[in-house]
Design a protein around this ligand. Structure first.
Ligand code: C2E
Ligand code: CA
Ligand code: CA
Ligand code: CA
Length: 287
């Protein structure tokens, strides 16, 4: 059923080629979808590459649409950013993800503590526009307050486009968030205007190496050296690395051997819906 679901999503993509009318229509649909909280979050496991332990999930938004089927974020996030709709949509995502991590903790924290493992975390994607919105820090505070979760179990994934702006408020907001205990990850590291100096300049706790670097690990000595170098430097600075888009066991083995602590990708699991994620949390907490 899962595989069929994925095929169907892909099948619907061509329908979303956006001309002006389409775009207008999509914006209106987005508005009502936001008003009705008609989105869904899927969750993809992030694992400890040595032990295989589940350490976190990344929350990934989906839009179940009556005519278009399950619409993937690549089809509407950019549009929502342009129109500003990402602000209410992103607030919903944060609140929903915080509720979900609260449910995982209720199901697993005692067992995980007994096993000496930290509580599960949730990683939430935050777009540049959303982060720059003046109300963003309050949205995070509200999500924390509404759910009572330990702020350390919430990680915000930001892309380099946020960090590129040398803006005082961005520095201040990052300091506030990190002061609350919230983790900050650089997403898609290596694809944009990547700079290791971001790791010095901002309170970064995690760095996600983009899939394009992981793809070439096995056959490109240059890619291998790059990933290993980034991992080493990050480790020295106390920043944890997550390798994204791991699809093959040999990639996992190379990464584990070079000391990359965390990984994510289809090799371990595809993004799954909330009931499946909860079932996985229960299964892995009582082993
Ligand atoms: P991302 O943050 O880089 O998320 C990783 C994407 O790679 C996800 O696609 C995930 O399903 C996919 N992926 C994971 N493992 C593998 C793998 O092994 N192989 C391959 N080929 N792909 C893999 P998805 O869910 O379609 O999301 C696409 C992008 O949409 C995300 O890229 C993120 O930039 C954005 N996005 C998703 N949810 C949100 C959200 O709630 N807010 C914002 N602002 N952006 C979001
Ligand atoms: Ca991400
Ligand atoms: Ca990414
Ligand atoms: Ca990406």
């Amino acid at each position: 059923a899962k595989a069929a679901g994925r095929r169907q999503w892909r099948h619907y993509r061509p329908a979303l080629q956006t001309g002006m009318v389409e775009r207008h229509e999509l914006n209106e649909h987005l508005d009502s979808a936001i008003a009705e909280s008609a989105f869904q979050l899927y969750y993809q496991p992030i694992v400890d590459l040595r032990s295989g332990d589940l350490v976190a999930f990344e929350a990934l938004v989906r839009w179940p649409h009556d005519r278009r089927g399950m619409v993937l974020p690549d089809e509407f996030i950019a549009l929502a950013e342009e129109s500003g709709q990402i602000v209410p949509l992103g607030a919903w995502v944060l609140e929903r993800a915080a509720q979900e991590v609260a449910a995982w903790h209720a199901a697993s924290s005692a067992a995980r503590t007994a096993a000496g493992r930290p509580p599960l975390r949730v990683n939430v994607n935050v777009s540049a526009r959303q982060f720059r919105d003046a109300g963003f820090v309050d949205v995070v505070r509200r999500a924390l307050a509404a759910t009572g979760i330990d702020p350390h179990t919430l990680v915000l994934e930001l892309t380099e486009s946020v960090l590129m702006r040398r803006d005082d408020r961005i520095h201040a907001d990052m300091a506030t968030l990190s002061g609350l205990g919230v983790g900050i990850a650089i997403d898609d590291f290596g694809t944009g205007y990547s700079s290791l100096s971001y790791l010095r300049e901002f309170p970064i706790s995690l760095l996600k190496i983009d899939k394009s670097f992981i793809d070439g690990l096995g056959h490109s000595p240059q890619q291998y050296a790059l990933v290993e170098g980034i991992t080493r430097i990050a480790d020295t600075l106390g920043v944890q690395v997550i390798a994204e888009g791991i699809e093959h066991p040999d990639q996992r083995d190379l990464l584990a051997a070079m000391g990359c602590p965390l990984g994510q990708g289809y090799l371990f699991a595809h993004p799954m819906d909330s009931p499946d994620a909860r079932a996985l949390v229960r299964r892995t907490s009582y082993e």
